[in-house]
Design a protein around this ligand. Sequence first.
Ligand code: DQA
Length: 148
Amino acid sequence: MKILVINGPNLNMLGKRNKVIYGDKTLSELDATLKKEAQSLGIDIVSFQSNSEGKLIDFIQEHSSEADGVIINPGALTHYSFSLRDALADSGLPAIEVHLSNIYAREDWRAKSVISPIARGQITGLGWRGYLAALRTLVSELKGESRE
Ligand code: DQA
């Protein structure tokens, strides 16, 4: 089983950008944590980050046929990128949307996600642990484990 872990604009700055909001783990540390969890779950993950909307879409188009699911933090693209939303929808893969911060407890414009209507679910405000929760949930569902 293979899961794509996709991070959008500015998430390469984790560990440097506002640590009160986004925590102090860097993106490499986050990726390492996810890789370790993936190993213990017996699955593969492919991580990708870009500051460019087009590169994120290219990555989804190029890798979706070999993947089983997606975990994505689209950064600010969450709030307005219909083309990223379309790429995710077109991939046909179950996608869990993750945000480090609670997007409903910040500026009004962050409370709107154009991604969530096509996502399997959304985890927001749980910091890096949200990615782990997303990974465990997605893998459990893909393995066909019961939701009850
Ligand atoms: C974010 C929330 C977005 O509003 C913001 O633009 C980000 C990060 C989060 O992880 O909390 O870049 O997606």
